[in-house]
Design a protein around this ligand. Sequence first.
Ligand SMILES: *Cc1c(COP(=O)(O)O)cnc(C)c1O
Length: 418
Amino acid sequence: MKFVSTRNRCGEEYSASDAILKGLAPDGGLFVPKTMPTISPDFTVDKGLSYAMYTAIKPFFEGDELEGELEEICRNAFNFPLPFYRQDNAKEVMELIYGPTSAFKDYGARFLAFTMEKLLQKRGEELTILVATSGDTGGAVASAFHQRNNLKVKVLFPKGRVADRQRAQLTTWGDNVESYEVEGSFDDCQKMVKDAFMDPELKGLSSANSINLGRLLPQMAYYVYASYLFLLKYGKKPVFIIPSGNVGNCTGAYWAKAMGAPIERIVLAVNENKTIPEYLDSGEYIPRPSVKTLANAMDVGAPSNMERLFDLFASYDEFKKNVSAWSVSDDEIRATIKTVYDETGYILCPHTACGEKVRRDHFESEPTIIVSTAHPAKFETIVEPLIGKTLPIPENLYNITQKESQAKEIDTDYHKIF
Ligand SMILES: *Cc1c(COP(=O)(O)O)cnc(C)c1O
């Protein structure tokens, strides 16, 4: 099994392990399978989540140096539940929100961390992961890499611009996780990371962002798992409706479908960042600056995983045949959270609300799985006033908020983090 760059399918080939350690291909492209594998005959949903994830990911590690360790990596990474909430007959919500930081990014970040740890231990190497974050990603990465051997993490975030609970998820880890509260903007933090990568004096640096193959593979695997479970339960293939920003999560779904998973269709729910719906309408792809919305983890105007979707669907016609996307406004997010709570008592986060809105408007009569991407208690300042009550806080989130912050305050000079 080999991986190539989206920018040169006939170029150099990499193993899964090498692609994961590199992050980005040397030509700036993203790693994709040279040939998409089909679902393994070993794939099974009968032995629980982590084993299903293992058997779904396995074909991508065929012949890889970590092939023999993959099952253990999956057992360690996916050690929390994945429940499906039943809205109605053949209508479900896939709740990817019970990991350590209560968001779907825990799946990718944990798989990446355990994979990197194993590889570095085998090779006798060490790495320092640099993350600039405006919120969710940094928390999932810090949590996943906390106490992983041969790895250090340095998290940079803009002072005064992240929510209290997000800040706790960035700053209370200690040990091999250092966090830096930067006197500046998110863009300043990103620039510091870029400058550090360019500095020839600094060696052994890596990133953990959402274009890394190690984050994508688990996001493929839970769609394989969910679609087979759904088919067994209802005898139908689900339409997945996925709240999307950098389109990493939905790219996982498209890979699952390309491998042969029983998926009817994959639909993107975006916020007021409309780059993809506009492309579908016009045929012209025009990345834009991001717009601020209530679903802030999806505030993306130039989705970083787009190259992988273009690699999968090379022509506009092919893209249009396979991808649908609808935009949901902040007013619609608010109204959907309130209506769904009033009607059913179910509480949505602002991102998941985009998915529910698209389901209600376009897929009411079809078998659907909406993807729940974050726990509503992470966005309590938005959700609580709408439903008129205080949300119970998940235990993991509560525990983190009780620990002491270890953040160091610095200016925008990247030398200060080394
Ligand atoms: C990151 C994130 C998204 C968007 O996922 P992409 O893979 O970037 O499309 C949606 N919801 C939440 C809560 C997120 O953290």
